[in-house]
Design a protein around this ligand. Sequence first.
Ligand SMILES: [Fe+2]
Length: 213
Amino acid sequence: MNDRPVPTRRRFLALGLGAAAAAWGGALAASRDDDPCLVARPEARLAPPGEPGSPLRVEGLVLAPDGTTPAAGVVVYAYQTDATGVYAPPGRPPRLKGWMRTDSDGRFAYDTIRPAPYPGGRNPAHVHHQLWGAGWPAQWGNDLLFDDDPLVPESERRRSASLGPFAFVRAVEEHPLHGALVKLRLRLRTAGDRFEDGTRHGVDACRHGRGGR
Ligand SMILES: [Fe+2]
């Protein structure tokens, strides 16, 4: 299925965070009041105001596996590097992250800054997405890559293009209000994924509100 994650590459990118962050997810949800899934709205801010970097807004749509039915009430967890390509100090969860819950039309949006590639690496800049809840098992959504990023390999561009409306190498539009705007469609799969150590910080933080599953 052409919208499935690519385990090898995704795992490599995701684990750039480092397994040392694994223990942190559980510590984030000390009480229901702290549970980000219980308070998740269709929009979130990944980067705090004043975060260095180029402003970016991502407007997304989550669809069921049929590719046409909007998926309401789904938790979308997004995380990324900062403008220096760093997730967080060693042993910490990603600093720039956010939880959203799709609206009745399956829509979500987040405001952030453009991520940078890992320092010294050759991986393209990217934003990770994980999805769960509203009856759907926890799973990776496609990473967002940027079509003006010279580090995006041709193989990824071709794979993205083959996905049609679910292409993940996305155009960056200039926007008078948001600086830059990217639109993205994520397609759910029936089968879930097992999140490896170091990539569970999103679900682990939602100890009380994992979306009804
Ligand atoms: Fe990554």
